[in-house]
Structures are given as structure tokens and as C-alpha cells.
Ligand binder design. Structure first.
Ligand SMILES: [Zn+2]
Length: 391
């Protein structure tokens, strides 16, 4: 029996991969604004719990989490604190600096060249694309949230029967600052429904029913499945890359129905359009999303949001995202919203994880260094630049 030698000795190169990862600029393809004013500690603490949207009865419990620990480890330096300060020391320093200065320091240290902002959530409390650009020195682009467009138009329209044309005209009228669309249909009906294109007659009927309901109930939250899937199809017709919230979110979502495998029929019918689909977050369905990215040319994914929330376990999460998905289908995002620690930490944890995972594969001679650098550049920015056609 001939046993082939595994490999001759070769020097470890992970150090040079780490250097390469550190200098890569990132495109954060799904993010929200940072807080625009000072606020109480409970606001900061509650922002560290994603799944429970209610005010926590013991807000300090949010510090005792992977995210809480990761912030004190990785964000302290940007606030001139030693690593792992106490929570009291961290908060006191935050108060001394003020929210605007904290945002400036953390967003400008993230190494992000482009933010793609979802501007459709808590708009008044969070900084605008222009404000995030001036704080960070990076370029901001806009992602239009389809449910927010619908919820604005339904109350503005004289005749709700014109809803379909109004949505199409709104999307057609957007300027080059809008580079994609996003749907939170996972929050409203889940994916386990018919997502095919409705007729304009059905849309008009649903819009009239919705408007009556708004007048009765004084709430404009869109939950009608016909109008939700119409919005998705209108964005695809406009050829806007379509972001879909998948998996992890607050408990308003039925996580079971946010599994992307429910999208199979939709993706089969959609494939021929060639419009990119971006599965956002995906946790804990990152493996399902990776399979879909291999199965469908249109499908891409990220593991944003969860990177921050699983903290020291983000290496394992990011490693799982690098299993089945073709490397040209994986994008970076932080999904930061509120405290600018989240804008910074997403990038920091991504760099830590990619240097360790990919550097390890190069050291083990599973990957060549040339391939490693190319894939790191793809995920950091090149895939996003291609998908969203950024300059
Ligand atoms: Zn988000």
C-alpha cells in the first residue's frame, strides 16, 4: 500500500491573511441608522435584546449575554477604555462622550466604505443616510422597505383602487440613491403562503378592504397576503435586488414560518427573472440558506444581526455560512440598529472570524492564499458591489 505524504512542511501564513482582512474595506449591505440623540441607559440595554421587543423588567440583564460581553471586549478601545471594563465604567464613558461622539468614533472605525440603509423602521429616532455618512465618512445608499411604501400610500390615496399603480409609480420614481428593496413579509404572514403574482383586480379589492379596516381599527399595519406579495412582485418588475428578512428577529415573527425552505415554489418561479434575492440574517437557518444559494442562481445570503448577538460564537456561525453557498453568493452585513456599537462590532467580529477561519484553512493547506484573498474580497465588498451595481 502506498500512502501519499500529506504535505511537506510549509510556513503558517495566517498572519498575512489577518493583515489582509484588517485592511479590507467592507460594504455593509443591510444596516439601519444609529441613535441620533442621547438617551437613558435602559434604551441602550434594551437595544441589546433583539428577540423581546417589550421593555425588559430588568434591563441590566441584557449585559449578561454574548453581545454584552463582546461590546465590552471589542468596543471599549474606541471609547479610550481598557478591554473588558465593568458595565458601569462602560456606560459612564458613553455618557461622558455623548451619543453623537460615540457614533462618530464607532462608525468611522468600522472600515466600512458603503452602508446600504433600510430607512423604513423607527425613522425618526435613527440617523438618516446623510447623517450616517457625515458621522462615518462613508457613502450611504438606500434600501426601500416595501411595507412602509404600502402603508404610506394606502392613507394618501383618494381611491384605494389605484393602489397597484401608485406602488409602481412610487418605485419607478426613486432615484439612484435607492439600490434595492426589502420585504418583511416573514413578520407579517411568514413564507408558508402562495407568493405568486396577484392580478390588479385582486390588488384593488384587497386595498379597498385594507382601507376600510384602517378606518375601523386606526392601525395601518399591512398584513394582507395579496398586497404583501404584490409589493414583492412590483420590486422585482422594477428590477431592484430584493432583500427578504429570514429567520431571527423579534418575537413578533413566527420563526417556524421564517424558514427560507418555504420559499422553494417562489424561487422556482422567480429564477427566470434573474433579479437577485438576498436572504438576510438567516440564523438559525444559515445552512438552509446556503443550500438555496447553491440551488438557485438568484439567491444570496448573509448572517448579519446574529453575528453581533452570538458574539464569541460568531466564528462558528460564519464558518457554517461558508459551507454549501457558492462564495460569490455570500455578503457581509451588520444589521446594526440604534447603538453604534452594533455598526462597529459587526465588522470587528466578521474580521476576527474570517481571519481565523480562512487563515486556518490556508495554514492547513486546504486553501491557497491566493484563493483565500479573493474570497475574502468577494464577501467583504465585491459581491455587494456586483449585486447592487454600486459604483
Ligand atoms: Zn434589519
Amino acid at each position: 500500500m502506498v500512502v501519499l505524504a500529506r504535505a511537506e512542511w510549509r510556513p503558517r501564513v495566517s498572519g498575512s491573511i489577518t493583515e489582509f482582512v484588517e485592511q479590507l474595506t467592507l460594504v455593509d449591505h443591510h444596516v439601519h441608522g444609529a441613535f441620533r440623540t442621547d438617551g437613558p441607559e435602559s434604551r441602550f440595554q434594551n437595544a441589546l435584546n433583539e428577540a423581546n421587543p417589550e421593555p425588559l423588567t430588568r434591563p441590566d440583564s441584557a449585559y449578561d449575554s454574548q453581545l454584552g460581553f463582546a461590546i465590552r471586549r471589542w468596543c471599549a478601545e474606541a471609547l479610550d477604555l481598557p478591554r473588558h471594563p465593568s458595565t458601569a465604567e462602560y456606560w459612564q464613558r458613553r455618557v461622558e462622550l455623548g451619543e453623537t461622539e460615540v457614533t462618530r468614533r464607532l462608525t468611522s472605525s468600522a472600515g466600512v466604505s458603503d452602508w446600504l440603509l433600510d430607512t423604513g423602521f423607527e425613522a425618526g429616532q435613527l440617523c438618516t443616510p446623510t447623517e450616517l455618512s457625515s458621522a462615518s465618512g462613508a457613502t450611504s445608499h438606500e434600501i426601500v422597505r416595501l411595507e412602509s411604501v404600502a402603508e404610506r400610500l394606502i392613507v394618501e390615496l383618494d381611491d384605494p383602487g389605484g393602489f397597484a399603480d401608485a406602488v409602481r409609480a412610487d418605485l419607478a420614481g426613486r432615484g439612484p440613491e435607492v439600490v434595492g428593496a426589502k420585504s418583511i413579509i416573514a413578520y407579517r404572514t411568514g413564507f408558508d403562503i402562495d407568493l405568486s403574482r396577484p392580478s390588479d383586480v385582486d390588488v384593488a379589492e384587497s386595498a379597498r378592504r385594507w382601507r376600510d379596516q384602517i378606518e375601523r381599527e386606526r392601525s395601518v399595519r399591512l398584513t394582507d397576503p395579496v398586497l404583501l406579495r404584490f409589493g414583492i412582485q412590483a420590486a422585482i418588475d422594477r428590477r431592484l435586488p430584493l432583500q427578504l428578512h429570514v429567520g431571527f428577529g423579534d418575537r413578533d415573527i413566527d420563526l417556524r414560518a421564517a424558514n427560507p425552505l418555504h420559499l422553494l415554489d417562489f424561487l422556482r418561479a422567480h429564477e427566470a427573472t434573474g433579479v437577485p434575492i438576498l436572504l438576510l440574517h438567516c440564523y438559525p437557518f444559515e445552512r438552509e440558506a446556503g443550500y438555496l444559494a447553491q440551488a438557485f442562481e438568484t439567491v444570496h445570503l448573509d448572517v448579519g444581526l446574529a453575528i453581533n448577538h452570538v458574539g464569541a460564537r460568531s466564528r462558528a456561525l460564519i464558518a457554517r455560512s461558508l459551507e454549501l453557498a457558492p462564495f460569490a453568493k455570500i455578503l457581509y452585513s451588520s444589521d446594526a440598529l440604534g447603538p453604534a456599537e452594533l455598526h462597529y462590532l459587526g465588522a470587528r467580529l466578521w474580521r476576527n472570524a474570517m481571519a481565523s477561519i480562512v487563515g486556518g484553512w490556508v495554514d492547513d493547506d486546504d486553501w491557497s492564499e491566493v484563493d483565500a484573498r479573493r474570497v475574502l474580497s468577494l464577501v467583504a465588498r465585491d459581491n455587494a458591489r456586483r449585486v447592487y451595481d454600486l459604483a
